[in-house]
Ligand binder design. Structure first.
Ligand code: ZN
Length: 295
């Protein structure tokens, strides 16, 4: 194990003396890496800034490996990759591309987004304070969704062909990211958007993709459908009445894939649409105006 001794750098940080520990040395190295590098063999195209809850598509000159905050992401044969910014992210993003020898890295500035608060009353108490047996089943349900998100995604960026459209005919009733107070008790923020719709209304695939998960009877989510749009970008639809496609099936933008229901923790029929990039939940509505990089 290599131990880094604390050392003092004079003239760093605007002429003041700063004691830099091992951690800070690593941080300083990252900063140096983050400075734009003029290395034409590994080009990197990124937005200069992104908001909390955003998704964007970057591009590098293939073949190259791309790391976001040091973690490898899926890169298409044309060098496209997707990045999600979590709801609560405060630090800037560091994106690094390398062809195995040369490397280039850039910083994406992260901007704060104001999140709303939503109160929902009248929910059955078994969903707000589920009994122990239900909590165990909820954990299993959540793990299935997490595993699907973390699993290998299709490397072809299917959504780049035609972009995204709204998956149901109906008004948006709840935003992504809103802090939820259920029956007066604070719960985790909303991880998708809700649309008002009648029971049985068609749910359309918002973009091209491949069905990555179908499930019935989840305690909170009810009947569930997930679609992999490529590059780690996946949609999830919950509270469905029924799903009409099967796992592994290729679906096209606008194709009917399910019908609206009120299964799981739902006060009435509506569609909940969530989008994730890898395991990071992002605001689906941001996809509807076009994604940075493919507008
Ligand atoms: Zn919802």
């Amino acid at each position: 194990m290599i131990k880094m001794k604390p050392k003092t750098l004079k003239g760093f940080a605007g002429g003041r003396s700063s004691t830099v520990t091992g951690i800070w040395t690593v941080a300083a190295m990252w900063l140096i890496l983050a400075l734009p590098t003029f290395c034409w063999s590994v080009q990197l195209t990124l937005p200069g800034r992104a908001y909390q809850g955003d998704i964007f598509v970057g591009q590098c000159k293939p073949p190259a490996a791309v790391f976001v905050d040091g973690k490898a992401v899926t890169v298409s044969s044309k060098g496209y990759f997707a990045v999600g910014v979590s709801r609560d992210r405060k630090k800037n993003l560091i994106v690094l591309a390398t062809d195995g020898g040369k490397k280039v890295s850039e910083v994406v500035l992260i901007m704060a987004h104001p999140w709303s608060v939503q109160r929902i009353d009248g929910l059955s108490n078994q969903y707000v304070e589920p009994p122990l047996a239900a909590r165990k089943k909820i954990q299993k349900d959540n793990q299935r969704i997490r595993d699907c998100r973390a699993g290998t995604s299709y490397s072809d960026p299917l959504f780049l062909k035609d972009g995204f459209s709204t998956p149901v005919e109906g008004a948006k009733t709840s935003d992504f990211g809103s802090l939820r107070i259920l029956n007066g008790r604070s719960r985790s923020p909303h991880r998708g958007v809700d649309f008002a719709a009648v029971e049985g209304a068609s749910v359309f695939s918002p973009a091209d993709g491949i069905v990555s998960l179908t499930a019935t009877g989840m305690v909170l989510m009810g009947n569930v459908l997930m679609i992999d749009h490529g590059l780690g970008v996946q949609s999830v639809f919950i509270h469905l009445d029924r799903v009409v496609v099967q796992k592994g099936e290729r679906v096209q933008k606008g194709q009917t894939v399910a019908h609206v229901g009120k299964t799981g923790r739902a006060t009435g029929p509506h569609l909940h649409w969530g989008v994730s990039v890898g395991t990071t939940a992002v605001d689906p509505v941001r996809l509807l105006d076009g994604i940075y990089g493919i507008r």
